[in-house]
Design a protein. Structure first.
Length: 223
């Protein structure tokens, strides 16, 4: 038991990887898309919205416009009417139209394979850019949202108070070639076994394996 009491962060990372690789040997992207552009729009729409809802909205949107040029020709009102169920409609419709125009005029209607260029697009933050880079282009990145931040804390992989520090810590303890799949594996596990209001750091296999002596619900540091 002493081993578990003084378990290193790297040891917990190995436990996490082993369990996640067994549970999710394949990591399909949950947001339906056909290319980097449709992925970018889907990820943008997923902010404060479920993937399931996004996947019901995007087929309607992409039937009208599935590339930057055709999307930029739609009015914000037309876009809003379709994406309204995803929430934050006015803000998202404005961002979609503006970024589509920029892709047409500055990038020859192509999504740049550069995270810094992506982050400069309207409505695209670091997390969204990281998802597009990793899932759209296969470039190693470790997108961290509040859900991954919460799980990383529960599993003792970070003591960071925000997603920026958590991303830094996760990149240090996991091999670069595993980042892309781990991002999805952690999301899948959190949804299925380690929900915010269910496990509390006490019930799922990963929580138990990483902290077998934990008796009280784990209290998260808010991002």
């Amino acid at each position: 038991m002493l081993h578990f009491i003084i378990m290193k962060r790297s040891e917990r990372a190995q436990i996490v990887s082993k369990i996640l690789n067994k549970a999710y040997p394949k990591t399909p992207v949950p947001l339906e898309h056909t290319d980097a552009y449709t992925l970018l729009i889907a990820v943008l729409l997923s902010a404060q919205c479920t993937d399931e809802r996004v996947n019901t909205v995007t087929p309607i949107l992409f039937k009208k416009a599935s590339d930057p040029k055709s999307m930029s020709k739609l009015t914000e009102k037309q876009i809003y009417k379709i994406i309204k169920p995803c929430g934050l409609g006015p803000k998202k419709s404005k961002a979609i139209k503006r970024l589509s125009k920029i892709l047409v005029t500055e990038y020859d209607s192509k999504v740049p394979e550069d995270i810094q260029k992506l982050e400069k697009l309207p409505g695209v933050g670091h997390k969204t850019a990281s998802v597009v880079i990793s899932q759209g282009f296969g470039i190693p990145a470790f997108p961290v949202d509040t859900h991954i931040h919460r799980l990383a804390q529960r599993w003792g992989l970070t003591n960071g108070k925000n997603v920026v520090k958590t991303e830094e810590d996760l990149k240090k303890i996991f091999p670069k070639e595993d980042w892309n799949k781990l991002h999805l594996q952690i999301i899948f596990w959190g949804r299925e076994f380690c929900q915010a209001r269910a496990c509390h750091g006490l019930e799922c296999t990963i929580c138990i394996e990483c902290f077998p002596k934990r008796k009280k619900p784990f209290m998260h540091k808010r991002p």
